[in-house]
Design a protein around this ligand. Structure first.
Ligand code: PEP
Ligand code: MN
Length: 338
């Protein structure tokens, strides 16, 4: 962290600040200029509040040099993290993990049908929502535990670990018992209490990026989970809010190489929620593979027009199978398999 003091900053005040920093194990090197005095801080500055220091009357500005996240930071953990989800390894150097299934679990028959189709096409994890975060309270809210039980049945039948969204901490025990990969949805990315609770369990977490969150905020949320002791975090980009209304969200694909530079955690792309339009899902999936994503999470339904949720962005099984075919070719180019 670099602190620039104002020109006539009183020496007494500067010394008091430096002593306070020193008591926190941070040392400062002074560079005297003609117009400003600059202090370079060395030590663990992650817990310092840059805005608080900037608010001091004799401070001109404060700049962070190192990222505020530590455990998620590649600098302190150079080797890639590979997360084992019920036997499926997700991360760099592993086959690209494709998770597929309906937006919401609707009934036993459909769950089985869709699982059978996505398995046949090459999906390795089955996705589905049992507790649904719907914008309207009048929309289908999901089957709850009953839905998770239908997912657990197809896990046994088709040998696919399951991923589903947890909305509140009171269901953690239920999820630990039945679910292989616990999804934290975009709307809960900054539910810090929930993140802290997930830090205490030993289950992989799929952490979606919030609707309007920066990459740094997203990594800080990963840090919350990891700081509690659970380092099995997989990041998922699902599109962010921009002024563009043609698509449901704007897929920020540049996060793939950025996350690879900044963090050691696996990164997965959700082209379904990112676009909201099944016509765009294949192109964005192929682009994600080309960009170096470690996985995809895709909505597939055998009867999209009658899906209880997100039918417009759900692929027909044959579209999913064709996407997988093309995906294999692109994966080969980037030295991966699918
Ligand atoms: C979902 O995956 O079904 C979902 C609701 O995703 P998001 O949190 O990204 O909107
Ligand atoms: Mn959905």
């Amino acid at each position: 962290m670099i602190i620039t003091m104002k020109k006539n900053a009183p020496r007494q005040e500067i010394d008091r600040l430096l002593r306070e920093l020193e008591s926190q194990g941070i040392s400062a090197t002074e560079i005297q200029g003609t117009d400003y005095n600059v202090f370079g801080l060395v030590g663990n500055t992650t817990s310092l509040d840059a805005r608080k220091i900037e608010g001091l009357p004799f401070v001109d500005n404060v700049q962070r040099v190192s990222a505020p996240y530590k455990l998620a930071n590649r600098v302190f953990h150079p080797e890639d993290t590979v997360v084992d989800v019920g036997g499926v390894k997700i991360g760099a150097g592993q086959p690209i993990a494709v998770m597929a299934g309906p937006c919401a679990i609707e009934n036993r028959e459909l769950t089985d049908q869709i699982a059978c189709e996505v398995k046949k096409a090459g999906a390795v994890l089955f996705r589905g929502g049992a507790y649904k975060p719907r914008t309207s309270p009048y929309s289908f809210q999901g089957l709850g535990l009953e839905g998770i039980q239908y997912m657990a049945e197809v896990r046994e039948r088709y040998h696919m670990p399951i991923v589903t969204e947890l909305m509140s901490a009171d269901k953690i025990d239920e999820f630990v018992e039945h679910v292989d990969l616990i999804q934290v949805g975009a709307r809960n990315m900054q539910n810090f209490q929930l993140l802290k609770e997930l830090g205490r369990i030993d289950k992989p977490i799929l952490l979606k990026r919030g609707l309007a969150n920066t990459i740094e905020e997203w990594l800080m949320s990963a840090e919350y989970i990891m700081a509690g002791g659970n380092e099995k975090v997989i990041l998922c980009e699902r599109g962010i809010r921009t002024f563009e209304k043609y698509t449901r969200n704007t897929l920020d694909l540049s996060v793939v190489p950025i996350i690879k530079q900044r963090s050691h955690l696996p990164i997965v792309i959700d082209p379904s929620h990112a676009t909201g339009d099944r016509k765009l899902v294949e192109a964005m999936s192929l682009a994600a593979i080309a960009a170096g994503a470690d996985g995809l999470i895709i909505e597939v339904h055998t009867d999209p027009p009658h899906a209880a949720s997100d039918g417009a962005q759900s692929l027909y099984p044959e579209q999913f199978a064709s996407l997988m075919e093309k995906g294999r070719a692109i994966a080969k180019v980037v030295g991966r398999s699918l």
